[in-house]
Design a protein around this ligand. Structure first.
Ligand code: FAD
Length: 549
């Protein structure tokens, strides 16, 4: 094939992803020096289109970045007023009082927000400072320099033929080069995965762990709506099958975020995380709240859960991993947005120093030091044993011991357990189907619970059909030859968007990939037991269009 010719643009810093991490880096760079050339590339059709969090936002990141965010009109309008935590059984619930919880679990001082709207507002702040933001521009490749460093990205490839070749309507995109390239793609970023492997950034660290989070926005009866109320639950319907839990956040305008997270280290390949979420809404406490209301949006996204011990080395020649590209979620708090913002700020400060000193051939070690020893490291270190305890000992012992561990870490800065290891990665945790029972899920009633494809239409996801499938199978025969007999092909169930199906064709099973349904959650890339699926980015502008998530 003839060499592809692309236009090249030069910047000081190229930032991949307009989430809280990437936008914070862009804002901080321009605060430090208005003359720096900074570009942010976002695969969503607009900033915020692919953003999905709960979200209760701890404002400490924003306080550090834009201390006058209130005066500047940041959309943090709903302060948390009430914080509830329940253990659910099938027919009832027990409220766990707040007083035994360590202070870090307290949500007072936090805000219930649409993170999509927060990102849209942050993009406005960045643009006012002179940052160039290009939405609808997916970064599909890394560009390497002569010394093996990352020197840029390829973005804006459109109109490939279905087999991946160039056709009459193909736009080859452009190369954007930077003195530093920041990868702020969020959880399981496709370019981040490449650099972690290429530079062996996970060496000496624990494995990364994940959950899949699904979320609906509901408009509910105003009589039941209690603005500012935060509710978390654990227990039913997951019980011993899998770890996870729910969140219910009352924002304004009678809207409620209802979400459910399933930890992806579950063993039983028959488990169907999406149906667990639907079943959860039939719990009497939840059903009572939602009855008479309507679901107005749906989305899903993986969440990093490995925490402190799983963060890879954060820098590589030519750039750095920011936010959840490296996994900065505080799992018991279900919060990562504040750390994403703080990491963006820290990476920007380190890059600014290097650019000023004209030493950009060196790695951003000051960034790594700040993340591990500054506010982010302190936040994550205190809770580092909660997730491994849960994986090893189950929900109830880990609640008690995890609580004790968070207290000793908070009060004395030490843990009686040291730093526990996570064990297997999530793909390896899946056991053979023959060892487990199938699970009989009730049919959705169309009022509180919905079938998966109907719900996916509420994510407004869209992919140009003529392009190559962005979900690449290393071996196209493996799903039927290996995964089906061994694991009952769990892709049919773990995908919250119904992308993967096993259908019968001419009396034989056939694996079908409906990539048009993909909501970019990345669960398949994480959970496929054979690690046969690689999520790559489709062309820019494709994917979900979340309104107010
Ligand atoms: C269900 C759920 C509930 C959560 N609840 C909360 C909560 O209540 N509070 C909280 O603080 N945190 C919460 N989190 C965690 C929070 O969402 C993350 O910590 C946070 O999103 C990390 O920010 P980020 O900027 O690193 O990545 P993201 O927010 O994921 O942003 C990454 C951006 O990069 C873009 N992108 C990715 N790859 C490319 C590419 N190759 N080219 C161009 N663009 C690209 C994406 O489209 C996206 O816009 C929750 C997560 C989930 C899944």
């Amino acid at each position: 094939m003839a060499e592809i010719e692309r236009e090249t643009m030069e910047y000081d810093v190229v930032i991949v992803g307009a989430g809280p991490a990437g936008l914070s880096a862009a804002i901080r760079l321009k605060q430090l020096d208005a003359d720096l050339e900074v570009v942010v590339l976002e695969k969503g059709s607009e900033v915020g289109a692919h953003i999905l969090s709960g979200a209760v936002l701890d404002p400490c990141g924003l306080d550090a970045l834009i201390p006058d965010w209130k005066e500047k009109g940041a959309p943090l309008n709903v302060a948390v007023e009430e914080d509830n935590f329940y253990m659910l059984g099938e027919a009832g619930e027990v409220r766990i009082p707040n007083f035994p919880m360590p202070p870090l679990m307290n949500n007072h001082g936090n805000y219930i927000v649409s993170m999509g709207n927060v990102c849209r507002w942050m993009a406005e702040q960045a643009e006012e400072l002179g940052v160039e933001i290009f939405p609808g521009m997916a970064c599909s490749e890394l560009v390497y320099g002569d010394k093996g460093e990352v020197k840029g990205v390829v973005a804006g490839v459109f109109g490939l033929e279905a087999d991946g070749s160039y056709g009459p309507n193909t736009e080859p995109g452009m190369e954007l080069h930077g003195k530093y390239v920041f990868l702020s793609e969020g959880v399981r970023g496709s370019l981040s995965k490449e650099v972690i492997a290429k530079y062996d950034l996970q060496a000496g660290k624990d494995v990364q762990k994940y959950g899949v989070g699904m979320k609906e926005i509901w408009e509910i009866d105003p009589a039941k709506h209690k603005q500012g109320t935060v509710t978390h639950t654990m227990g039913w319907p997951l019980n011993s099958n899998a770890g996870g839990g729910s969140f219910i956040y009352h924002l304004d305008n009678n809207q409620v975020y209802v979400g459910f997270v399933v930890h992806l280290n579950y063993k039983n390949p028959h488990l169907y995380p999406y149906m667990e979420f639907q079943r959860f809404k039939h719990h009497p406490m939840v059903a009572e709240l939602l009855e008479g209301g309507k679901r107005v949006a749906y989305g899903a996204r993986a969440i990093t859960e490995g925490g402190y011990q799983s963060m890879p080395k954060l820098t590589f020649p030519g750039g750095a991993l920011l936010g959840c590209s490296a996994g900065m979620v505080n799992v018991p708090r279900i919060k990562g947005n504040h750390n994403a913002m703080l990491s963006g700020k820290a990476a920007a400060e380190a890059a600014f120093d290097m650019i000023k000193a004209e030493t950009t051939d060196q790695e951003l070690t000051a960034y790594e030091d700040e993340v591990r020893n500054g506010m982010i490291g302190k936040d994550l270190k205190k809770v580092r044993n909660v997730k491994p305890m849960w994986s090893k000992w189950g929900m109830l012992p880990s609640l008690a011991l995890g609580g004790l561990d968070m207290w000793t870490n908070t009060l004395f800065g030490l843990s009686l357990f040291g730093t526990l290891k996570h064990g297997k990665n999530d793909a390896e945790s899946t056991e053979e189907a023959s060892k487990h029972k199938e699970i009989d899920y009730p049919k959705p009633d169309g009022k509180l619970s919905f079938d998966r494809l109907t719900n996916v239409s509420f994510a407004a996801t869209n992919h140009e059909e003529s392009q190559p499938c962005h979900l690449r199978l290393a071996d196209p025969n493996l799903p039927i030859a290996t995964n089906l007999p061994k694991f009952a092909e769990p892709a049919q169930r773990y995908c919250p968007a119904g992308v993967y199906e096993v259908v019968e064709k001419d009396g034989q099973p056939e694996f079908v990939v409906n990539f048009q349904n993909c909501v970019h959650c990345k669960t398949c890339d994480i959970k496929d037991p054979s690690q046969n699926i690689t999520w790559t980015t489709p062309q820019g502008g494709d994917g979900p269009n979340y309104p107010n998530m």
